[in-house]
Design a binder for this molecule. Sequence first.
Ligand SMILES: C[S@@+](CC[C@H](N)C(=O)[O-])C[C@H]1O[C@@H](n2cnc3c(N)ncnc32)[C@H](O)[C@@H]1O
Length: 227
Amino acid sequence: MKLEHIAFLGRTFQEYLDMFGLTSDALRGETVLDCPAGPSSFVAEARSMGIKAIACDPCYSLTGEGLEKKAAEDLAHVFDSFDSFRDNYIWTYYEDKEQIISLRRQATERFLNDYGESAGSDRYVEAALSALPFPDNAFTMALSGHFLFLYEDWISIDQHLQYIRELLRVASREVRLYPLVTLEAEPYDYMGYIVSTLEDEGIRAEVDPVRLEFVKGSGRMLKLTHC
Ligand SMILES: C[S@@+](CC[C@H](N)C(=O)[O-])C[C@H]1O[C@@H](n2cnc3c(N)ncnc32)[C@H](O)[C@@H]1O
């Protein structure tokens, strides 16, 4: 898939569980950072279940209205060219394109409601991965979906490492990254280098299979744990 910019598109809580190999029970007692969260409803839904979670995204500088407009434009942008890339997808998790669009809309609506009600709370934080505004070990776990490796051509190897180190700094136990393929459905070229560099820094890396495989080869996530 070819995009003109990094899409402000979000997934539901269930999609998060399925892409990160989690269950809602496993999340109980965790303090979770979702970065970048975009208009995903993970934080809204997690908090409604009593799970502590915070969302970060540079776009949270915008008002709710601005985010609603951006999410609608980006949804149209992504799905306008969707059919040209059909060969990149596997239809085992989703039924059809309409179901995916409906899930994106559901996630965005839930996010926007919660974002609108969040004034005075700390649950939606404007921040980029280059410098997260949290102290070391502020969270037990950090989740980063549909950003890093997906945008291989836009984020340099050094930036990838810098962003992952920043997630590891704020997560006391683990960081989970998904997917491990690019927008073109190719494996990320420098995964070996990234993993060996992090292992040299005392991080344990493991690739685990997950339920959500839509882009071909995306049914795996990288779990990084402090040794
Ligand atoms: C596709 S969304 C990810 C949403 C969610 N994690 C999911 O899996 O559905 C990608 C997000 O990356 C954000 N982004 C762009 N540059 C960023 C940066 N330097 N640091 C953190 N987030 C960034 C965009 O604002 C966008 O919301």
